[in-house]
Design a protein around this ligand. Structure first.
Ligand SMILES: C[S@@+](CC[C@H](N)C(=O)[O-])C[C@H]1O[C@@H](n2cnc3c(N)ncnc32)[C@H](O)[C@@H]1O
Length: 269
């Protein structure tokens, strides 16, 4: 876990991937617990947007612990496990224990460089992971190549949350939400001509106890929090406590609403 301010290595592809892998190594064992509320919100949206049939061959890119894949596999009665592509060994260790998951320890860039997956999939999805693509042009081209005609790609990005955040993270979070809105631009540029692309926003309600919310911050559940020191996180939690949650007990639920942008690209014949 980071104890001091880290340098932002976003400008350097490899440095950035190293930081990202470091982050997911640290939270892998608690990821499903931290993201349970999000996953419960995403599943009905994905079920609606993916329109899965049991015979479909599906790939989940940046699949993390495979929690989404497991639910989609079971709810849709898929005949084949979902190809779960993620470069984090530790996240994949958690994923491989789940039913309906076929783990592939690779970045999206490495996975789509393989010519053998041409026209292999009916559906490709990426849930809150596309912001990690280092070379999004290559990934989106690869996704289009890997889809069968009439198949489609569904991407989910969080663009708003009603949960209050503290000063140290507000700016980072709003930049992140702005970036998430922009994330489909390369997709439009790279595969727009060969696909029908649509965008739709969905909101869902969720609730988290105060103690879990503070634990999530302390464990840096969001990758952007790795750039804050322990002292900055504690200061942020004190700020939340004073401004919003003084009269909320540790076990009490805090209700909030998240909004996601769903981008759907259907490959045309
Ligand atoms: C926020 S998690 C999302 C996991 C899962 N999709 C979910 O909704 O819970 C982002 C995931 O993207 C993965 N990731 C990071 N860089 C990647 C890359 N270049 N290609 C594919 N996945 C990547 C991380 O290892 C991490 O598991």
């Amino acid at each position: 876990m980071a104890n001091s301010q880290k340098e932002d290595t976003n400008s350097d592809g490899n440095g950035h991937l190293f930081d990202v892998l470091d982050h997911y190594r640290n939270i892998a064992s608690k990821y499903d617990y931290f993201y349970k509320e999000n996953h419960q919100g995403y599943i009905p949206i994905l079920m609606k947007c993916l329109n899965l049939k049991p015979e479909h061959v599906v790939a989940d890119i940046g699949s993390g612990t495979g929690a989404i894949a497991k639910d989609l596999f079971e709810l849709s009665g898929l005949h084949n496990p979902i190809w779960c592509v993620d470069p984090s060994v530790e996240m994949q260790e958690v994923a491989r224990q789940k039913k309906g998951v076929y783990p592939i320890v690779k970045t999206a860039e490495e996975f789509f460089a393989n010519p053998q997956i041409r026209e292999r999939f009916d559906r490709v999805l990426a849930t809150i992971s596309a912001h990690h693509f280092v070379n999004s042009d290559a990934v989106y081209k690869g996704i289009l190549r890997s889809l069968r005609s009439g198949g489609f790609y569904v991407q989910i990005n969080t663009v708003k949350s009603s949960l209050p955040s503290f000063k140290g993270v507000k700016k980072l979070l709003s930049q992140c939400f702005e970036r998430e809105k922009e994330i489909s631009s390369p997709l439009l540029r790279v595969i727009g001509l060969n696909a029908n692309i649509s965008h739709q926003e969905f909101s869902f309600s969720a609730a988290v106890t105060k103690s879990k919310l503070y634990e999530k911050y302390r464990c840096r559940f969001l990758s952007l929090l790795q750039y804050l020191s322990d002292d900055e996180i504690e200061e942020g939690i004190r700020e939340l406590e004073n401004e919003y949650y003084q009269n909320v007990t540790n076990d009490e639920l805090i209700n909030y609403e998240d909004t996601v942008l769903v981008t759907r690209a259907e490959k045309v014949a």
